[in-house]
Design a protein around this ligand. Sequence first.
Ligand code: GTP
Ligand code: ZN
Length: 263
Amino acid sequence: MFACGDRVQVADTGPGQGVIDKLVERSSLLYRSDAWRQKLIAANATQVVMVVATEPSFSDEFVSRCLCAAESQHLKVLIVLNKTDIPAGLADARSRLASFVRLGYPVLELSALDNVDALRSLLVGETSLLVGQSGMGKSTLTNALIPEARAETREISEVLDTGKHTTTFARLYPLPEGGGLIDSPGMQTFGLVHLDNEALEASFKEFRPYAGQCRFRDCRHDSEPGCALREAAERGEIEGRRLRQFLQFRAECENGRRQAQGW
Ligand SMILES: Nc1nc2c(ncn2[C@@H]2O[C@H](COP(=O)(O)OP(=O)(O)OP(=O)(O)O)[C@@H](O)[C@H]2O)c(=O)[nH]1
Ligand SMILES: [Zn+2]
C-alpha cells in the first residue's frame, strides 16, 4: 500500500511509462484505523497542521485524537484556529483550545479568507499535513497558500463527476518556499486502534513524566491505589478530562483489536 507523500524509485519501461520499483523508507506514516480498516493518510510528513474553526464548532476529542496520531509519529504539531473573521464563536473556540495551549501546542489564529502569511512562514522547509473535521476550511487554506490547487481541485471534481468540490483524497503540493503541503479529506472520526497501549499512553505528552511512577508496574490508571497519573490529576498537574480521554481511547482500541481478532 502506498500513501500520499511516499517516495519511490521508478524504473523506465518505455516512453512516458514506468513501474514503481522500490518504496523509499518512510520517515513517518500517519494513519487512522478502526477494527476493520487501516487508512493511510500520509507518509513522510514532518508536521501536522490541525485546522479548527470558530464555526462550525469543532470537537476537542477530535483534536486530542489527532495529537495522539501526531505524537506517536514524533511529528511537530500546529493548531490553526481558522475563521477568526466570524466573531461569534471566537471566545468559545479560544477557551476550548486553552488546555492544548497549556500543554505547549502552538495555536495560530487566522482567517483563510483574509491573510495566510503567518501560516505560510511556519510551513517553510516542512512537509505539513493538513487535517481537520469537514468544513473547518482546509481546502480554503490550501487554495490560499497554493493558487494552482484551486484549478486542480475543480478539474479533478469534473473528471470524477463528484458534483462537489470537496477533497476526497490526500494530495501533496510543493510549496514555492520549499517543503510541501498535504491536503487530506475532511474526517469526522479518527480511530487509533493501530496504537498499542504503551504507544497510546506515550502520545499523551503530559503523561510522560509520570511513566513508571505508579505503584504497580502494570497499572491501568483506572482504580489501582498509588496511580501516579490519577494522583497527578487530583493535584491538578494533568487535566482529568485528558486522563478520561486516554481511558476512553484505550478502551476503544482494545475493543477494536478484540473485534479484529474475531473475539
Ligand atoms: N468566514 C470564513 N469562512 C471560511 C473561512 N475559511 C473557509 N471558510 C468557509 O468555510 C466553508 C468550508 O470550507 P472548506 O475549505 O471547504 O472546508 P474543508 O475543511 O476543506 O472541508 P472538507 O472539504 O469537507 O474537508 C466554505 O464555505 C468556506 O468558504 C474563513 O476564514 N472565514
Ligand atoms: Zn497508574
